[in-house]
Design a protein around this ligand. Structure first.
Ligand code: PLP
Length: 447
């Protein structure tokens, strides 16, 4: 049990990310104290199944001694080495090489960051430098997709297309543009995959024409939109958008911060889409949330253009904790777990999760069930035919979250009335079945 005074200290002094600051002052934090496998334990000693892997990041699962030992050993041997200049460390070099081996196509160059937001920031800076090196510095306009999330930094929050991250912050910036989302369940053209692809292609072409093809630096997509409510594009949508970018030489950036590391099945979702982006961002599952780390993958073409552009000069972009050796050691240990069976288990459990959630489709509150692999969502409505969202959807989402917690399940309850799932890849069949069964109970209580 945590003492009330600790809750009070948190309430008084800890500013929580993406929380209602006033609401938190009133209610205090719900604290977790330990975890193992796919189970977390809260401050009252209650055990819950973590259906969301922390913040869709603990892909491997909690409590792996091999990961703990790798971090401890690295701290004993060399807790810090800068990656600046041409200095380095053994685990960072090893991890970069192993990741490059797994990455699609010629994404052979890995730039480590501290998480996803600064990975996205780095791609914006690299894109600008790339075009400068190519003698086209006027390519300074960026396009992303409505309902997308690309982090919370000043630059990334503007590429993000969720109103919560814009209102009051002066976002987006004037060089950041959006096209509509594919959002199949609520797409004005209906669910037909080809119709959705055709509309998006036309919109992207129109946006490029409006800005001037010679002005557009890069286009950003998540292979599946996560924070927008787990929105899965139709098969072929990513490839079609990639092809439009290719027509104009526009850099294609795949943000795989959520979809990377087995979340949707393959190690990276782009592999299944059959495309090779020019840059790819990752974080979360890279270290399975045990320590912070992100990584930008650069194609040979992007890397060489920047390298040649800089010549003997340094490329002036870096963080003190880029390529941190402890994070890299954790990344290597986590990769061993993935390759040692967790990716395979994730694929099998992903099929079970999707089948289980599909069995909820006949529930009166369930409008849509969607996802791929261990990334899924159930969208709640009050009228299935009219697709009417729950009244006061944000408050309803909080109720869903609370009821799930009471029933021993952690989910993400999106403010628009969507329940999100991203369980650890280590889940057993019975844990997946429990996630589904507890969800049904929550839905029955929410009626
Ligand atoms: N990109 C995507 C697709 C994400 O989902 C996130 C975080 O959820 C980020 C970027 C930002 O990552 P971080 O929170 O590690 O800064």
């Amino acid at each position: 049990m945590l003492s009330n005074s600790l809750i009070e200290l948190d309430r008084a002094h800890l500013v929580h990310p993406v929380a209602s600051w006033r609401g938190h002052e009133a209610s205090g934090a719900r604290m977790l104290v330990k975890a193992s496998g796919a189970t977390v334990t809260d401050a009252e000693g209650k055990e819950l199944l973590d259906g969301f892997a922390g913040l869709w990041c603990v892909n491997a699962g909690y409590g792996y001694e091999s990961v703990v030992e790798a971090a401890a050993q690295q701290m004993r041997d060399l807790p810090y080495a800068t990656g600046y200049f041409s200095l380095g460390s053994e685990p960072a070099a090893r991890l970069a090489a192993r990741l490059a081996e797994h990455a699609p196509g010629d994404l052979n160059h890995v730039y480590f960051t501290l998480g996803g937001s600064d990975a996205v920031d780095s791609t914006v800076r690299f894109a600008r430098y790339y075009w400068h090196s190519k003698g086209q510095p006027q390519r300074d306009q960026f396009i992303s997709v409505a309902n997308g999330y690309h982090g919370s930094s000043t630059v990334g929050a503007g590429l993000t297309a969720l109103p919560l991250f814009h209102a009051g912050f002066g976002m987006p910036l004037d060089w950041q543009h959006k096209i509509s989302s594919h959002y199949a369940y609520r797409n004005p053209v209906g669910r037909d995959p080809q119709a959705i692809i055709d509309v998006s292609v036309a919109e992207l072409r129109a946006k490029i024409a409006e800005l001037g093809p010679e002005r557009v630096a890069a286009f950003y997509v998540e292979p599946i939109q996560g924070s927008g409510g787990v929105l899965v594009p139709p098969k072929g949508w990513i490839a079609a958008m990639h092809a439009v970018c290719r027509e104009h030489g526009i850099l294609f950036v795949a943000d795989e911060v959520i979809t990377g590391f087995g979340r949707t099945g393959p190690i990276f979702a782009c592999i299944e889409e059959g495309i090779v982006p020019d840059m790819m961002t990752t974080a979360k599952g890279l270290t399975s949330g045990y320590v912070p780390m992100g990584a930008v993958f650069l194609s040979d073409g992007v890397f060489n253009t920047i390298a040649d552009g800089a010549g003997a000069a340094a490329v002036g972009h870096g963080y003190t904790y880029s390529a941190h050796p402890v994070s890299a050691a954790v990344g290597l240990a986590v990769l061993d777990l993935y390759e040692g069976g967790l990716f395979d288990n994730g694929i099998a459990m992903g099929q079970r999760l999707m089948a289980g959630l599909q069995s909820l489709a006949d529930h009166p509150l369930v409008g849509d069930v969607r996802g791929r692999g261990m990334l899924a969502a159930v969208e709640l409505v009050v009228d299935k035919d009219k697709k009417t969202p729950l009244p006061a959807a944000a408050a309803a989402a909080t109720r869903v979250f609370d009821r799930a917690w009471q029933n021993g399940l952690v989910v993400r309850a999106f403010a628009q009335g969507v329940i999100g799932y991203a369980p650890p890849l280590c889940c057993s069949e019975s844990e997946i079945d429990a996630i589904v069964a507890r969800t049904r109970k929550v839905l029955d209580l929410t009626l």
